[in-house]
Design a protein around this ligand. Structure first.
Ligand SMILES: *[C@@H]1O[C@H](CO)[C@@H](O)[C@H](O)[C@H]1NC(C)=O
Ligand SMILES: *[C@@H]1O[C@H](CO)[C@@H](O)[C@H](O)[C@H]1NC(C)=O
Ligand SMILES: *[C@@H]1O[C@H](CO)[C@@H](O)[C@H](O)[C@H]1NC(C)=O
Ligand SMILES: *[C@@H]1O[C@H](CO)[C@@H](O)[C@H](O)[C@H]1NC(C)=O
Ligand SMILES: *[C@@H]1O[C@H](CO)[C@@H](O)[C@H](O)[C@H]1NC(C)=O
Ligand SMILES: *[C@@H]1O[C@H](CO)[C@@H](O)[C@H](O)[C@H]1NC(C)=O
Ligand SMILES: *[C@@H]1O[C@H](CO)[C@@H](O)[C@H](O)[C@H]1NC(C)=O
Ligand SMILES: *[C@@H]1O[C@H](CO)[C@@H](O)[C@H](O)[C@H]1NC(C)=O
Ligand SMILES: *[C@@H]1O[C@H](CO)[C@@H](O)[C@H](O)[C@H]1NC(C)=O
Length: 799
């Protein structure tokens, strides 16, 4: 009897339950047990599974999760109890009245899915979309995993205002992490670090700018991942702001997912459903572009933990590395904080001097932009190193811009290595070991000592030119500060610049045959030199080098030669042969920005945006990040070249100084080009980096509109001067006219408006109102809000 009943069960009930399972249905009373062999609830196609997964590389702990079941990675897309993994033997069960409940081995409730309206549950369903739902007897959904997202969104999933994706702590640890992706009330999607104790959110490190505070009927209200794999913010007026890049159409027949990774990088990726052994997830997009740079708030540790240093990898994801003599606080958490391995601080002295106990270790291109307590300037590199060494409060000193020394205290935050910061150095205090020597060695390591003795670095003058100027009609008083630093260098400073004989260059250019262009400084010729292999170059024959002699020429050429950045044209060599002065630059294949912008074919909006970013970064570098500040003085589209990937590269930087060496005076002759020069030049005001900001503003308008700043052929006299026309259009909110109905730009209206507003800030008549290039870059990138700009020419405009 019992036996035949069992047979009956085996033959009939078991196959039936399997059939129900294949259909994705989970009936009330069904349960799963936390063991490595536990069964799962599969979706009808088998693409997704719901069940227990082991975590933390700990075979005894489990989380309830949903994952891709057909790919080898079994990537998890949702999890329930990340903060509280449960022991083996815990049970997940579907109840009629209390829904889905996770009980510990002793029967204690560890997690439960709270149903809407405390409805009764008729059955559960693991859908092929990856959504696990509970339905009531009227087939209404009373709970779903899509409405309780963790770190991942899937196609057909929607995120509403105030809903959040939260990162988990580590690759293998599903407890709450430090980052959030949130659709804010104001309609913006933001990525923010959070304080884990209070859930306080810090400043965003990415923002979509889909909020419109002036007109909330235009602001974003849903984040949608559509079934074709496109991910966008939908605004109330039905405009879509895509986070998936348009040019890369996601492959068909693939799984798609959007994940806030544990390291704070948000990524969109896909995996072919029909894959070969070597195929895995392909990342389409990572946000932000550089997380190491993007997180820079005063509070919080940055992308890595305190005292740690963030390094961006090629895949757009960060890694972290403790400084020398520091080690991880939690050895298993390489993204966490680092602690010094030695006693650092003022209690360590005793019998020994600071020099006996400590040494300074140099880390190139490394910075902790916050945590400062002192700024010494002007200071030499050596002074910077020694002053930190002798100061028991000091943990690190940063030497930058050729004469600035920032002293920093623990804990250090926002640490990062960034190759944009050439010429920036960190000196990290390290221990000499536990046997201090009675006769301390020389403080300067040998390697540097040689160089130093040759290199008599004398700061000649740091003039603070303060001039108050009574501005024309209205009687405003502006105070301008202008600081100039002249660094006189021994000409033997080593650079990789090659010194050419005139004859060599004559041969290289085939007798100066092929002219590439002409500018204020001279004529440029195409040539080929031998540098290992044959390399194409642009040779610039300078017209009127100042008469001050060879030394100045060499000095300035050396400065230019030491200035490297991916948005600058690189100087390869020079020639000073009798009266001849020539400069040899790398050759860039795609011509000037002028020919691209004003040529026959309009470049795409996206391409123009990238070019604007590139120019801004190049200028920021010249102004703030290279060791000798360089004011370009002649920013215009003819001086922006495009490399083979259409990256913008600024040329002719440093030449203003080379050709007119008296830059420390207020202007005698205007340097620059009509239409781009700042008003200071005409007013006998000091010339500062803000003249470049002005020219950049004009250039940005040209990039936005693909037209010249002065166009006498424009239809209508109000349009002739682009800067006036742009402000009128901005004020009257008629940007469509400004960009002549460029649909690409208009579809990206928020960015368009932002760019125009930034340009208007840059062309403010009053230099002190213009932002620095740093601010400009941050506003372009959208990490800084752009306030509404005032009229750029308050004294002239009458309407
Ligand atoms: C799943 O179960 C519900 C309720 O019993 C039923 O209405 C539905 O048809 C089932 N679906 C499938 C695909 O079996
Ligand atoms: C499963 O997903 C499909 C596609 O989104 C949807 O049409 C269907 O209603 C879902 N099924 C349940 C039971 O929610
Ligand atoms: C929950 O209650 C609200 C209001 O009583 C009702 O509109 C809604 O349909 C209910 N939802 C479900 C799933 O029963
Ligand atoms: C922070 O948020 C988490 C998850 O939403 C919650 O469990 C926790 O209680 C919150 N902490 C505080 C202090 O509000
Ligand atoms: C907001 O924008 C919509 C167009 O998207 C427009 O119709 C409406 O008049 C605007 N409202 C205000 C108050 O400006
Ligand atoms: C909708 O609002 C966005 C700003 O969020 C704006 O860029 C877009 O032009 C608006 N679209 C319409 C049709 O008004
Ligand atoms: C999967 O790929 C293999 C080989 O690339 C092919 O033979 C097969 O037809 C594909 N299956 C589907 C369902 O596309
Ligand atoms: C993957 O393997 C196939 C053969 O199995 C090969 O043809 C293909 O080039 C490989 N792709 C990559 C990216 O390695
Ligand atoms: C770090 O500390 C050890 C002793 O604790 C010392 O021997 C070593 O030289 C220090 N410096 C560096 C750069 O590791």
């Amino acid at each position: 009897m019992t036996f035949s009943f069992l047979i009956f069960c085996f033959i009939f009930l078991w196959p039936i339950s399997v059939v129900a399972q294949i259909a994705g249905n989970v009936s009330v009373g069904a349960s799963l047990l936390a063991t490595e062999y536990s069964s799962q609830w599969l979706s009808p196609s088998g693409d997704f599974a719901f069940g227990f997964r082991q975590v933390n590389n700990n075979k005894d702990l489990f989380i309830v999760a949903i994952w891709y079941n057909k790919i080898p990675e079994k990537t998890i897309v949702w999890y329930a109890n990340g903060d509280r993994p449960v022991p083996r033997g815990s049970k997940l069960e579907l109840f009629l009245d209390s829904g889905l409940v996770l009980n510990g081995p002793q029967g204690e409730v560890l997690w439960s899915a709270q149903t809407i309206n405390t409805s009764f549950v008729a059955y559960g369903f693991m859908n092929d979309t990856g959504n696990f739902v509970l339905l009531n007897e009227n087939l209404l959904v009373v709970w779903e995993s899509f409405k309780n997202p963790t770190d991942t969104m899937l196609p057909t999933q929607i995120l509403q205002i105030n809903e959040v994706l939260a990162s988990h702590h580590k690759e293998t640890d599903f407890s709450r992490g430090r980052f959030q992706f949130r659709l804010r009330e104001d309609g913006n999607v933001v990525l923010t670090p959070i304080d884990l104790l209070s859930n306080n959110t810090y400043d965003p490190y990415y923002i979509t700018n889909t909020g419109d505070t002036r007109n909330s009927t235009n602001s974003g209200y849903q984040v949608i991942f559509d079934e074709s794999g496109y991910f966008y913010v939908l605004s109330r007026n039905n405009t879509k702001f895509y986070l998936t890049p348009e040019e890369k159409v996601p492959a068909a027949n693939s799984y798609h997912r959007a994940t806030l990774n544990f390291d704070g990088v948000f990524s969109l990726s896909y995996h072919p459903k029909n894959f070969t052994d070597n195929q895995s997830w392909t990342v389409i997009k990572t946000i932000p572009e550089n997380i190491c740079r993007s997180i820079y708030g005063e509070i919080g540790s940055g992308a890595c933990g305190y005292n740690n240093v963030c390094i961006l990898k090629n895949d757009g994801r960060p890694m972290c590395k403790c400084p020398p003599n520091y080690s991880l606080l939690d050895p298993d958490d390489e993204y966490g904080s680092c602690k010094p391995d030695f006693i650092l601080g003022c209690q360590a002295d005793g019998l020994w001097s600071q020099e006996d106990l400590y040494d300074m270790e140099e880390l190139p291109n490394t910075d902790w932009p916050t945590s400062d307590y002192e700024l010494s300037e002007p200071f030499t590199e050596r002074q910077c190193r020694v002053s930190c060494l002798q100061d028991c409060m000091c943990a690190v000193s940063i030497f930058r811009n050729g004469d600035k020394c920032w002293k920093k205290k623990l804990p250090l935050s926002n640490g990062r290595v960034d190759n944009l910061f050439y010429g920036l150095k960190a000196f990290v205090k390290v221990s000499r070991g536990d046997q201090p020597q009675l006769n301390p060695r020389s403080l300067i390591p040998k390697k540097n000592a040689q160089q130093k003795s040759k290199n008599k670095l004398i700061i000649l003058l740091a003039v603070l030119l303060t001039s108050s100027v009574i501005a024309s009609s209205l009687g405003f008083i502006f105070i301008y500060r202008n600081k100039r630093t002249r660094v006189d260098r021994d000409t033997s400073v080593e650079t990789n610049l090659r010194c050419f004989a005139y004859k060599e260059l004559q041969e290289a250019t085939n007798g100066f045959k092929h002219e590439l262009g002409r500018g204020a400084f001279g004529v440029v010729y195409k040539g080929t030199i031998r540098q290992g292999s044959f390399v194409q170059v642009a040779v610039k024959k300078l017209n009127n080098v100042a008469q001050d002699g060879e030394k100045e020429f060499r000095t300035e050429v050396n400065v230019i030669g030491q200035t490297h950045h991916k948005n600058l044209v690189r100087l390869l060599g020079f020639c000073e042969d009798g009266p001849q002065r020539l400069l040899v630059y790398e050759f860039l294949s795609n011509g000037t920005l002028a020919s691209l912008l004003f040529g026959e074919f309009k470049p795409s909006w996206n391409q123009r945006v990238q070019i604007a970013f590139g120019i801004a970064r190049g200028l920021l570098y010249l102004h703030e990040e290279c060791s000798n500040q360089i004011i370009h003085c002649d920013i215009k589209p003819q001086n922006i070249l495009l490399d083979e990937y259409y990256n913008a590269r600024i040329s002719d930087f440093g030449l203003a100084k080379l050709l007119f060496l008296d830059q420390s005076q207020t202007s005698t002759a205007i340097r620059g080009t009509k239409g781009y020069v700042a008003p200071e030049w005409f007013r006998n005001l000091p010339i500062t980096v803000k003249v470049d900001v002005y020219s950049f503003g004009v250039l940005l308008l040209e990039i936005i509109c693909c037209r010249r700043s002065v166009d006498t052929d424009a239809s209508g006299s109000e349009k002739i001067i682009l800067t006036y026309w742009a402000f009128d259009c901005y004020q009257e909110r008629t940007l469509d006219a400004l960009v002549e109905n460029d649909m690409e730009a208009l579809n990206d209206r928020e960015k368009l408006e932002r760019f125009v507003a930034i340009a208007i800030w840059c062309i403010q008549e009053d230099p002190s109102l213009r932002p620095t290039m740093k601010k400009v870059t941050q506003m372009l990138e959208g990490v800084l809000q752009v306030p509404i700009p005032p009229c750029p020419t308050p004294f002239i405009m009458t309407n």
